[in-house]
Ligand binder design. Sequence first.
Ligand SMILES: C[C@H](O)[C@H](O)[C@H]1CNC2=NC(N)=NC(=O)C2=N1
Length: 95
Amino acid sequence: MTDILSQAELEHALQTLEGWSSGPEQTIEKTYTLGSFPEAIARVAQAAEAAEEMQHHPRIVIDYKRVTLSLTTHDAGGVTQKDVDGARRLEAIFT
Ligand SMILES: C[C@H](O)[C@H](O)[C@H]1CNC2=NC(N)=NC(=O)C2=N1
């Protein structure tokens, strides 16, 4: 199983992920504001494909053209390298 990142590892990883931060309940999260609602939905569809490929799935909250993504590793009960890798992949889709 993938290990939970230490606080230092997590902080280091977050420094490499523009705009991502620690969220509630052992997550990392970021809110993106897209140009329109259809654009937000299109990015979410791409994110869904990437998540299936990775077999690692973000929590996705869509609020008009704002999309909040959060990641945690349920099996590990916290943030692992899988979440950091997932965030990096999602960042490429949303920016
Ligand atoms: C078996 C399968 O890999 C697991 O259930 C995966 C699926 N997607 C997942 N996604 C996320 N974000 N965290 C998980 O722990 C997780 N577990």
